[in-house]
Design a protein around this ligand. Structure first.
Ligand SMILES: *Cc1c(COP(=O)(O)O)cnc(C)c1O
Length: 428
């Protein structure tokens, strides 16, 4: 048994309200300590709710960071995965995998794409998109075109190439020279992108809404201008929809809201409804270099993962599903605008689309996340001092109301603590 970590309790009266892991040496866990985890574990999920091992019930507006889009233990997903588990778990890509054909057919029917490669994570899907772009240029007789333009504040994953695409110095530090062939430009700065396009440029990679970067919505006009630049210079336009995809913004894919169609698109997070699966989608033309032997994955196309993805699609493609997402998304945004008006010293802005919503905070975002957890709501911080609210797409109007009521209480508590603090400082 691993003994509980020591905790520091700060700021607020309630025990376990703001609890930071002790940075001291008493680390006995055998997990590589790359995460500072909260002292909270969950035993059971049901829809938008998670029950902790201590019996407390939490409203899950984090969704394992945009993964469990259909909530926990969705009966259709449970049935599909159980059925597949009783058939076959794994076979290898040496053989046909009918479940994979079916997911690919359905994703292509629902999007611009014509071919799909499946992996196990978002970073791998991004890797596949990078390889697809480089091979496309190479197949066109331009192997020298390998460089990809990405954007400041983006997030594309943690493998070495995805990190180089991300370009965040904090994540790259100490890992040796970053993979060559990526440069970040300020999002929205078209002139900077134009100047960056040279004889070695292969593609432009962008998230239509920067999720980890703080729910920053990219202007459709900017995406349209990128599309035109790509067409003019023979570059591929690639959308990283690992977070925005699979209904998060109120359409199956975010690009459908923008009026701009990419050549390549990556998916992961919600694709398997909680089962690990990623995908790189492309037109046949964009994927022309991905010929037999050029790419592979042992676990990619795994029948369990494919069954989970098919079950997710069954639910999402049913009539009316996205009407619900749009409706609750709008309700959440309206209710959050009221909270912002009530606590102008805590919340500066409500932004995002559908159920990918960010609150830009005027106190450290982590404090608001902790205060929410104190009210038994799970949320997650993002860049630009933003708190992300990512309810499951099946969330009810009543659960949105409950979440907002709890946010209200968390803000009231935080507001009181901060005004106490200000008074004490003024008295000194
Ligand atoms: C989460 C995320 C990734 C990385 O996905 P992993 O499954 O963690 O590798 C890549 N791109 C975007 C936009 C993401 O949000």
């Amino acid at each position: 048994m691993v003994p509980p970590k020591k905790r520091r309790h700060i700021l607020f009266g309630r025990v376990n309200f703001i609890a930071l892991p002790d940075p001291g040496p008493a680390m006995t866990s055998h997990l590589m300590p790359t995460y500072s985890r909260v002292d909270l574990a969950f035993a059971q999920g049901e829809g938008a709710w998670l029950t902790a091992t201590n019996g407390e019930r939490y409203l899950d507006f984090c969704c394992g960071v945009a993964v469990t889009a259909l909530g926990h233990r969705h009966p259709h997903l449970v049935a599909a995965l159980t059925e597949q588990a009783n058939k076959v778990w794994h076979v290898s890509n040496l053989y046909d995998i009918p479940e994979a054909d079916r997911v690919a057919d359905r994703l292509c029917a629902a999007s611009f794409a014509e071919v799909v490669f499946f992996q196990n994570s978002g970073a791998e899907a991004v890797e596949c998109s990078i390889k697809t772009a480089r091979k496309y240029q190479s197949a066109n007789g331009h192997p020298e075109r390998y460089r990809i333009i990405t954007f400041e504040g983006a997030f594309h994953g943690r493998t070495l190439a995805a990190l180089a695409a991300t370009g965040n110095k904090k994540y790259l530090d100490g890992f040796g020279p970053p993979v060559d062939g990526f440069e970040q430009k300020p999002c929205g700065d078209l002139d900077a992108v134009k100047r960056a396009i040279g004889p070695e440029t292969a593609a432009i990679l962008i998230e239509p809404i920067m999720g980890e970067g703080g729910v920053r919505v990219v202007e459709p006009a900017f995406l349209k201008a990128l599309r035109e630049l790509c067409d003019r210079h023979g570059l591929l336009l690639m959308f990283d929809e690992v977070q925005t995809g699979m209904g998060r913004t109120g359409e199956l894919f975010c690009y459908q809201r923008t009026g701009v169609t990419p050549d390549v698109m990556t998916l992961a997070k919600a694709l398997g409804g909680g089962f690990p699966v990623g995908a790189c989608l492309a037109t046949r033309e964009a994927a022309k270099g991905m010929t037999p032997g050029t790419h592979g994955s042992t676990f990619g196309f795994n029948p369990l993962a494919m069954s989970a993805a098919n079950a997710t699609l069954d639910v999402m493609l049913a009539p009316g599903f996205f009407d619900h997402v749009k409706k609750v998304g709008l309700l959440l945004k309206q209710r959050l605008a009221e909270i912002k008006d009530r606590y102008p010293s805590l919340i500066a802005e409500v932004r995002g689309e559908g159920l990918l919503i960010g609150l830009r905070a005027l106190v450290p975002a982590g404090e608001l996340v902790d205060a929410l957890r104190g009210e038994q709501v799970l949320a997650v911080a993002a860049g630009d001092n933003v708190v992300r609210l990512l309810p499951p797409l099946i969330v009810s109007e009543a659960e949105i109301g409950e979440g907002v009521a709890r946010l209200d209480r968390a803000c009231a508590r935080l507001d009181a603590a901060h005004s106490r603090q200000r008074k004490q400082e003024a008295a000194r």
